[in-house]
Design a protein around this ligand. Structure first.
Ligand code: SAH
Length: 375
């Protein structure tokens, strides 16, 4: 079993030859544990309304110039039909924390999708109430994604401000993940890589926490600065990062010590995280995320899939809304149709000699990996 010190060692490693060993180790582990199937999860960005003010996110409540949208139930069902037509096993429904999509609406949406299509459903709707989570699970939702973003508590608190109009307290996401698992969901979490103030030791602790939580799904990507957000608009003042954007009290919205050994949000650092995550959670589902494609194009995606990842989440959101779900700038696939995004995903899979997974592609346990179909 890889130790905490080894995780730190690899996060610090710079030599391309040595890193090739890490990539090979992670890829071999992925092959042995979950096989060569790449699971496709159709992503639906349900709403960009949000009550929160996360300092990094382009759809935070205080970002006034972004046009807000909500999908109708019919539009969601059209996305679900596409997912089924493309033979995806899972629909991932993600949104800002939008309370207009209340318990009843989400419940009906889940029931309607489940009645029509053989899709697993993953929800990514932020911090909602336990009673909502229970109802949605009863209605048929299978999995829940809630990134803890960083295991450094001080940094977590600094980037997730609490105020009455942003929805009150931010909860303990670790406790929430445990609750979600008790309800019966497969649970997914993850972090951003290269948050200002994040240290290499923090990142090693994040990876160690993936192991302790025994996560079923782990999604990580580089932090991508959005200039209209407090975290995307910083200056360095001595040993501190200070935001040029002010909070409602007229103070810098972010002020945090520069890490002694800072994490850089590059694709290489992200691949180290994918590889180490595969080693600590060998049977987890790990996506090569949209953020690595945004930084590194299709090569970024393919590298991710050869360094630990085994999942792609092609975007199915109607094109007219995609650019508005602007959690960070220049998000990949913002101007494509679902068909184009789908074809690109298939090309990426073929290019590296793997095959699309069939069925829901839930977490494997024991020796259940899928073999390449014989043609
Ligand atoms: N409201 C939901 C979904 C948030 S969007 C929730 O809170 O869970 C999904 C993920 O996008 C977030 O968890 C965050 O890790 C990532 N994200 C947001 N802004 C980002 C940025 N500027 N750069 C990189 N990733 C970002």
């Amino acid at each position: 079993m890889i130790t905490f010190e080894e995780i730190l060692y690899w996060l610090r490693e710079k030599s391309p030859e040595r890193l090739n060993e890490l990539w090979r180790w992670a890829d071999r582990t992925r092959q042995e544990q979950v096989g060569d199937a790449i699971h496709l999860r159709g992503l639906v960005e349900l709403s960009n309304h949000c009550r929160r003010n996360c300092l990094y996110c382009g759809i935070r409540a205080s970002h006034k110039t972004v046009s807000r949208y909500r999908l109708t139930l019919e539009e969601v069902l059209e996305c679900a039909k596409k997912a089924a037509d493309f033979h995806y096993g899972t629909l991932v429904i993600q949104a800002g924390e939008d309370l207009k999509f209340d318990e009843a609406f989400i419940t009906e949406m889940i029931r309607e999708i489940k009645a029509r299509y053989p899709l697993a459903i993953t929800l990514s709707l932020g911090e909602r109430s336990e009673s909502e989570w229970i109802r949605w699970h009863e209605a048929g939702a299978n999995r829940y994604l809630l990134r803890f973003e960083t295991s450094n508590n001080l940094l977590f608190r600094a980037i997730h401000p609490v105020s009455p109009d942003s929805g009150g307290r931010f909860g303990d996401r670790i406790a929430m993940l445990k609750t979600l698992r008790e309800i019966g969901y497969e649970i997914g979490s993850g972090v951003m890589i290269g948050i200002p103030g994040q240290s290499v030791t923090d990142l090693a602790c994040d990876i160690d926490l993936f192991r302790q939580l025994d996560l079923d799904m782990i999604g990580c990507g580089p932090f991508l600065p959005h200039p209209e957000t407090p975290l995307g608009n910083l200056r360095q003042d001595g040993n501190e990062w200070v935001s040029r954007i002010l909070d409602q009290n007229g103070l810098p919205a972010f002020r945090f010590p520069v890490a002694e050994e800072p994490v850089t949000g590059t694709n290489e650092m992200t691949f180290k995280v994918y590889a180490l995550t595969r080693l600590v959670c060998p049977q987890a589902n790990i996506p090569s995320t949209t953020a690595v494609v945004t930084l590194g194009g299709k090569e970024g995606r393919q590298n991710g899939l050869c360094r630990g990842a085994n999942v792609i989440m092609p975007n199915l959101t109607p094109t007219k809304y995609r650019a508005l779900y602007e959690i960070y700038p220049d998000k990949s696939a913002s101007f494509e149709s679902a068909e184009e995004t789908h074809q690109k995903a298939l090309e990426n899979i073929r290019a590296i000699g793997r095959f699309p997974g069939s069925g829901p592609g839930g977490r494997v346990r024991g020796d259940q990996k899928e073999e390449m179909p014989k043609i």
